[in-house]
Design a protein around this ligand. Structure first.
Ligand code: ZN
Ligand code: ZN
Length: 385
C-alpha cells in the first residue's frame, strides 16, 4: 500500500468510526489512542482503546467500563470478544462486534432475574436456622430453589420444593411436591420458611389415610400399573390371577370410600367377578381398608409377594413378545377359556387390521385370535373402561 493510499484508508476508517460512534474520539495525532463512549441501546459505555504504532488491530488493548451487573452477564463472552479482536480487519469492525456483545449482555440482563439484595440471604439463613438446617435437602447456587424434607405421622418421607420468584417476598414462591392434590399455599410478604413447612405438614396429614390405604395395597398385592407408583398416583392395577386384574381409582380426599373399579381380563373370568362386585357393593365398610373391602366384596384372595412371583402375572404380549410397550401392558385377552392369550391393544389392532378376514364396525375391529383363531375384538382407540 502506498503512503497516500494508507492515509486514505485511515481517513475513511476515521470517518466511519466517527459516524457510528461520535462519542469515541482519537486522543493523539498518531490515532493510536481512542477514548470516549460507545452507545448501545441508548446506554453509554466508557471505552478506551490503545493500538500499537503500526495500528495493528490484533495487538490492540482495550478497556471497557460497564456496571458490575453487566460485567457479570458478559462473563463467558470475554473469549468471544478476544476472538473477534483477533479476527477483525480494522477498528470499525471490532467496535461493531463489541457493540453486538454488549447488546447481548443487555438483552440477557433484561431477561435475567434481578440479583437480590444482601438482606435476602441473611433473611433466608435466619429462617433456615429457625426451621433447622437438617430439614434442608438441597439449595441451588443462586439461593433461589430449596428442597425441604418432611416426614408424615406414618414415617413417610416427603419433599417440598420452593422456588423464590424475582419479586420475592412480594410475589409468592412456587411450591411443589409429589401429591395427589394441588398444593395450595397461603403466602404473605411476611411469611417464613417455617410457616411454609407447617402448611405443607398439614397437607401431608390430610393425606395420611390415603397413603396408608395405598401402602397396604402396594405391600400386600402385586401392582401391575403404575410400574413404580409415586405419592401422587391415585390409580392401582392389582393382579387377581393370570391375565385378570382390577383397576381401582381412589379419591385422595375420601380414600376409604368405594373406589372406581374396573375389571380387566377374559370375559369368562371377569363376568363372575363383576357380578360379585355389583351384588356385594352394599358390604363396603368405609371404616375398613380398601384392600379388606375388595377381598370381602369380590370374595377372593389377592396374590401377594409372599405367595407369588410377579412374573406369574406379567405375561408378555402374544404378538410383540414383550410385556411393556411404552407404558402399556398386555390388557387385551382372548376370551376363549382354553387360550386366554394377552395382547397389547396397539399390537392386536395392527394385527387384525392387516388381515383381509377382519372387519371394522364403528370403532371396533372384529377378527380372529392369532393364537387359537377364535373370534376376538379390539377397540380402535385406547381402551378405557
Ligand atoms: Zn405387543
Ligand atoms: Zn385365543
Amino acid at each position: 500500500m502506498s503512503s497516500a493510499c494508507k492515509l486514505m484508508h485511515v481517513r475513511l476508517m476515521e470517518s466511519l468510526l466517527a459516524k457510528d460512534n461520535p462519542l469515541l474520539l482519537p486522543l493523539n495525532k498518531e490515532r493510536t489512542l481512542y477514548d470516549g463512549f460507545l452507545t448501545v441501546q441508548e446506554q453509554d459505555f466508557r471505552m478506551r482503546i490503545q493500538l500499537p504504532p503500526d495500528r495493528q488491530i490484533k495487538q490492540a488493548k482495550y478497556k471497557l467500563h460497564c456496571s458490575w451487573q453487566l460485567k457479570h452477564l458478559l462473563r463467558g463472552y470475554e473469549h468471544i470478544v478476544k476472538q473477534r479482536l483477533q479476527q477483525s480487519a480494522d477498528l470499525v469492525s471490532f467496535i461493531l462486534e463489541l457493540k453486538t456483545v454488549l447488546e447481548l449482555g443487555l438483552k440477557r440482563s433484561s431477561e435475567c432475574i434481578a440479583i437480590p439484595p444482601p438482606q435476602y440471604y441473611s433473611q433466608l439463613i435466619s429462617e433456615m436456622e429457625t426451621l433447622g438446617w437438617d430439614m434442608l435437602l438441597f439449595i441451588d447456587t443462586e439461593f433461589q430453589t430449596l428442597k425441604l424434607k418432611a416426614e408424615d405421622s406414618s414415617g413417610r418421607q416427603h419433599i417440598l420444593t420452593i422456588k423464590f420468584k424475582s419479586k420475592h417476598p412480594a410475589e409468592a414462591p412456587e411450591c411443589s411436591a409429589d401429591l395427589p392434590i394441588p398444593l395450595a399455599i397461603t403466602w404473605t410478604p411476611q411469611s417464613t420458611l417455617q410457616q411454609l413447612h407447617k402448611q405443607f405438614m398439614l397437607v401431608l396429614e390430610s393425606l395420611t389415610e390415603f397413603w396408608d390405604v395405598l401402602d397396604e395395597i402396594d405391600n400386600q398385592t402385586w401392582i401391575l400399573e403404575p410400574e413404580k407408583p409415586s405419592r401422587c398416583d391415585t390409580m392401582r392395577r392389582i393382579a387377581i390371577g393370570n391375565n385378570v386384574s382390577i383397576k381401582v381409582e381412589l379419591d385422595p380426599r375420601h380414600p376409604k370410600m368405594l373406589p372406581e373399579c374396573c375389571l380387566l381380563g377374559a370375559e369368562h373370568v371377569v363376568t363372575p367377578l363383576r357380578n360379585k362386585l355389583n351384588s356385594n357393593m352394599h358390604l363396603w365398610n368405609p371404616n375398613s381398608s380398601v384392600l379388606h373391602n375388595l377381598r370381602d366384596v369380590l370374595k377372593i384372595k389377592f396374590p401377594s409377594p409372599a405367595t407369588h412371583e410377579k412374573s406369574d402375572f406379567s405375561v408378555e404380549c402374544g404378538i410383540c413378545y414383550s410385556y411393556r410397550l411404552e407404558a402399556a401392558i398386555p390388557d387385551q385377552v382372548c376370551n376363549d377359556p382354553r387360550c386366554g392369550q394377552p395382547f397389547h391393544q396397539a399390537c392386536l389392532y395392527e394385527w387384525l387390521r392387516a388381515l383381509p378376514s377382519s372387519r371394522q364396525s364403528f370403532n371396533i375391529v372384529f377378527g380372529e385370535c392369532p393364537y387359537c383363531s377364535k373370534p376376538i375384538t379390539v377397540k380402535v382407540a385406547a381402551q378405557k373402561c
